[in-house]
Design a protein around this ligand. Sequence first.
Ligand code: SAM
Length: 263
Amino acid sequence: MAVSSMNENGIKNRNYYAAGVPGSFYGRLFPEASLRFVHCSYAIQWLSEAPKELMNKSSPAWNKSRIHYANSGDEVVRAYKAQYHKDIEQFLHARAQEIVCGGLMVLIFPGVPNGTHHSQSLPSMSLELLGSCLMDMARKGIVSEEKVDTLNIPIYGMSPQELKEAVEGNGSFSIEIMEELPPTIPDHAVSGGQSKIDTQAFVCHMRAGLEGLFKNHFGERILDVLFESYKSKIEENSSIFMSGKAVNSFVLLKRKLSTSKLA
Ligand SMILES: C[S@@+](CC[C@H](N)C(=O)[O-])C[C@H]1O[C@@H](n2cnc3c(N)ncnc32)[C@H](O)[C@@H]1O
């Protein structure tokens, strides 16, 4: 659909206005019943925060020496899942108030196929490997081990089934379409049937998304060393890495005409 044309000065005439709205999508961003269409792409894998119990030394979910959950105990995985459930319910609740009845919402998100054990989750395996690079750096005295202990990446690799259950539990939307998307380039580089990983493409993809978080936590000076060692580690572990499971999902939701759950 064409939504813009050029005027005589070569400036685009748009039949819409662009606006930036500050705030987190885990809370309300827009007025009630003001949106007809919402598109949220590659973002709801980010949790609102890492589960707090992962940083509590006396909790069974204390995630020592790790930054994610692929090789962690069940308590850690349970804490991530609980955070995801809380967040996704808040996301759906907020959007249900903002979207008009009959309005649509597209969600595109990376995650894992239904029934995947956390140890086989490619999103988590890739973060786990990055965590092991940080632990190597801690052993060499480049970063402090305590800094690694206190970093837990607030990302959860949900399955399509988990999203479906969240939508049904929320009750405000019907699922019109739910399907798997073709792999993106970085996914393809890992699990698209190639015999070799495009490590550089994968590391660039990860660095683009995570650099800010690592910079805030450890400082800028470690970034080049960290991602160089990550590249080597992926190359050394390529066969394990290629066994990881990942899926990109496309979901089209429709705001129901009425719901008993909206407070
Ligand atoms: C991987 S980028 C995706 C960017 C773009 N939507 C796309 O598909 O290319 C993830 C985006 O989600 C945003 N994000 C993560 N958590 C968020 C939150 N709680 N509220 C609003 N935006 C959030 C990040 O700031 C980032 O811009």
